[in-house]
Design a protein around this ligand. Sequence first.
Ligand code: DC
Length: 215
Amino acid sequence: MTIIAVDGPAASGKGTIARALARHYALPHLDTGLLYRAVALNLLRWGGDPESEFAALRACDFAQTDFADAELKSEMVGGVASRISAYPAVRAALLERQRDFATQPGGAVLDGRDIGTVIAPDADAKLFITATPEVRARRRLEELLKLGRTSHYEDVLIDIRARDERDASRAAAPLRRAQDAQLLDTSELSVEAAVAQAVAAVESRLHVVDHRPAI
Ligand code: DC
């Protein structure tokens, strides 16, 4: 069983890297941000109050959720997802689903904020993907423009910084690099180069020779 944990802030490239690793190792992949986004979208559609932990917990019922819904990717939903992900009850409600995915026979690749620290602390390989806020804002802006949404660089940058601050400062499972995670800064890298470095980093962990003396 091979578990690969990929964490990092918004628009760092972690999703692209996680998908590429999943393809490379023929493992199933879970974008855990989608779970928090689905809770946020459920809440918005029901008219629930994002300030209420109880309402957010009720929105964790995925019976009606379409994970292919394009609205899940919107900035609005991302912002609410970042808010409701600070609630311990919401994190607890989503924990088992993520752990089950991680520990399925054969293993899996998961990307998010707390995979290496909370969901799969014993993962075989852990990556922490970063890029400067400016680079991430530019990438996010390009994505939004491609989707036909009008956005401005300054607004996206403010949004990215606010999200970083919220994700890193919350008490429950904050965004932070696991001690044994390998850091990969994608600011200056093309997608191909970032993926190649990620594969090399994972390889170096999967083929660690055990030097402990045999007893
Ligand atoms: O990666 P993303 O932008 O789709 O994630 C949306 C929000 O969900 C993010 O701001 C914080 C939250 N999240 C989390 O708290 N833990 C995760 N493992 C994944 C996402």
